[in-house]
Design a protein. Structure first.
Ligand code: PGA
Length: 258
C-alpha cells in the first residue's frame, strides 16, 4: 500500500498556474546557484499553457541565464509535420520557445529544446533516439505533468506498464475526444497515434509537479487518491511511487477527493 500524498489546493486555475510558474522559476534559479544547467520537462495542453505564460512574465522581469535551460517534451502526435499548427512542436514554439528566445536571444531552441519528431520515418527508431537524448542530457530536473480524464500521463493510456519507455502508442477514443477542442472540435482530425515518453522515463525525473484543474478532472482525482496500489488501469497512480512529487489542484479538481 502506498501513502496518499497531500495535495496543495488552490482556489482556481489563476492561482495554480502562478504558483506552478513560481516553483519552476525557483528550481531554475536554485540550479543556477549551484552552477549547473536546468532541464525542464514540459507538458502541453490546457493546464500548462497559462503556466508558461506566467513563467515567461517572471523571466521577463528577472531574466536568468537561459543558456543554462533546456526543455524536454513528453510527447508528440504521430504522424504529424512539425509545421502543422496542431503539432505540439508548433504549440511549444508559440507558447514557450519563441517567448524564451525573445527574453534571452542566446536561448537557441534548435539546440536546447527537444520533442519527439512526429515526422520521423521510423517511429520506433525515433523513440529510441529520444530516450538516449534525455539520458545524454542527464535526465529531467523538474517534470511538469497534467492528468488525462482517463488517468493517463503524457500519452501513456490505461494499460501502460510501469517499466514502459518512449514508444509509439495508439490514443484512446476518450483522449481523442478530449483533444478535439484543439482541432476545431473535429475528432476525426485528431491523429490516432503518438510518440510518448514512457512511464519509467517520466518516473526518472528528479522532481515532478502534477497540475490538475477543472471539475472534469474531479472523478479521476478521486480514483487516484483512493487507490491503494499503483495500477496500469490508472497510469497516474504510478506517480505515488516517486519520492518527490507535488500535486497542485484547483478546488474544482479537488472537489471529490476522499
Ligand atoms: P489538459 O490535458 O491539460 O489539456 O487538461 C492533460 C492531459 O490530458 O494529460
Amino acid at each position: 500500500m502506498v501513502a496518499s500524498p497531500i495535495p496543495t489546493i488552490f482556489f482556481g486555475y489563476a492561482e495554480l498556474r502562478a504558483a506552478a510558474a513560481e516553483l519552476i522559476n525557483q528550481r531554475f534559479s536554485d540550479t543556477l546557484l549551484q552552477k549547473k544547467s536546468f532541464v525542464l520537462g514540459c507538458a502541453t495542453g490546457s493546464t500548462p499553457e497559462g503556466v508558461y505564460t506566467d513563467l515567461v512574465k517572471i523571466l521577463q522581469t528577472q531574466p536568468l541565464d537561459e543558456t543554462r535551460l533546456s526543455t524536454v517534451n513528453l510527447d508528440e502526435y504521430y504522424p504529424i509535420q512539425r509545421t502543422n499548427p496542431h503539432s505540439y512542436h508548433n504549440w511549444m514554439l508559440r507558447t514557450l520557445w519563441k517567448p524564451l528566445a525573445t527574453i534571452d536571444a542566446r536561448f537557441d531552441y534548435h539546440d536546447q529544446a527537444i520533442i519527439p519528431m512526429g515526422e520521423a520515418p521510423d517511429p520506433q527508431r525515433e523513440a529510441k533516439r529520444y530516450e538516449q537524448k534525455i539520458r545524454a542530457w542527464g535526465g529531467v530536473d523538474l517534470q511538469i505533468l497534467g492528468i488525462g480524464e482517463n488517468g493517463h500521463i503524457a500519452f501513456n493510456e490505461p494499460g501502460s506498464a510501469k517499466d514502459s519507455r518512449t514508444r509509439l502508442v495508439t490514443l484512446t477514443d476518450s483522449t481523442r475526444q478530449a483533444n478535439a477542442k484543439f482541432f476545431g472540435g473535429d475528432v476525426s482530425a485528431v491523429p490516432k497515434q503518438a510518440i510518448t515518453m514512457g512511464i519509467a522515463t517520466i518516473l526518472e525525473a528528479k522532481e515532478i509537479l502534477v497540475m490538475v484543474s477543472g471539475k472534469q478532472k474531479a472523478d479521476i482525482m478521486k480514483k487516484i487518491f483512493s487507490s491503494q496500489e499503483p495500477t496500469p488501469d490508472i497510469p497516474a497512480t504510478f506517480l505515488m511511487t516517486h519520492p518527490r512529487v507535488q500535486w497542485y489542484l484547483d478546488a474544482a479538481a479537488a472537489s471529490r477527493l476522499p
